[in-house]
Design a protein around this ligand. Structure first.
Ligand SMILES: [Zn+2]
Length: 241
């Protein structure tokens, strides 16, 4: 099937058909470069969580190879399906909106757990997302060569990296994770401490259903002291906490 300038495989089309049968909406495809506020132009993909509307927009980075564009498209589509099932989204409060850099942190808070769920779902239908392995290589390289992990664009590197720590713990094979955990502990003790506390929250609540994922995201937000800046939203009921 044709999506923007790419021709996607039958495997993608099958997955797409299955997803579309679960949601009663049309997709509008666009390039991330066309997102109006342009915060996301270095993103591989993005989605607009609007389960009530007749259609929704999925954005892809126009520089992606066909193989990767297909995986990112499946990833973003799955984010949308999960939103329609009541998995949480994160919205900035009026106060949070005063700091544009927090948009990236709110996206990261929303996706650190959901990406783990999506990686596993996609793996079961034959799409292997390279994000976790890339993250492993980047974090290992940064810690061994510089002792810190760079996370643009704001000064909130510890929270960003603690959320990255959480994603990598659940997404990587255990051997690779153990390697990273030792490096985090040695070079980035603040990230390590915050990451371990986030892990405890997620392990105790769990996130394998939309309800648990919602509770878990609320608890993570509160632990990260972001309550005044971010609201956790159920996109189906529009309940906000
Ligand atoms: Zn994602």
């Amino acid at each position: 099937m044709q999506v923007l300038h790419w021709t996607f495989s039958n495997k993608f089309e099958q997955y797409y058909t299955q997803c579309m049968s679960e949601i009663n909406q049309e997709i509008i495809w666009n390039y991330v470069h066309n997102i109006p506020n342009n915060l996301y132009c270095d993103y591989q993909g993005a989605h607009d969580p609007c389960p009530g509307a007749n259609n929704f927009i999925l954005y892809l980075n126009r520089d992606l190879s066909t193989g990767l564009a297909e995986i990112i498209a499946a990833h973003e589509l799955t984010h949308h399906v999960l939103s329609c099932q009541g998995y949480p989204t994160v919205a900035l409060t009026a106060l949070g909106n005063q700091n544009p850099a927090w948009a990236t942190l709110s996206t990261h808070l929303m996706s650190s757990l959901e990406d783990v769920i999506i990686d596993k779902l996609l793996e079961s239908v034959g799409f292997i997302d390279p994000t976790a392995i890339k993250g492993y290589n980047n974090v290992k390289r940064d810690l061994l060569t510089k002792g810190v992990i760079h996370f643009p664009p704001d000064g909130d590197a510890i929270r960003h990296n603690a959320l990255g720590f959480l994603y990598l713990k659940y997404a990587l094979p255990s051997g690779k994770w153990k390697e990273l955990k030792t490096l985090y502990h040695k070079f980035q003790p603040d990230v390590y401490k915050m990451g371990i506390k986030l892990l405890k929250i997620c392990d105790s609540i769990g996130f394998d259903t939309s309800e648990k994922c919602f509770q878990c995201t609320v608890a993570m937000r509160d632990f990260l002291q972001l309550k005044h800046f971010m609201e956790i939203v159920n996109p189906v009921t529009m309940d906000r906490y």
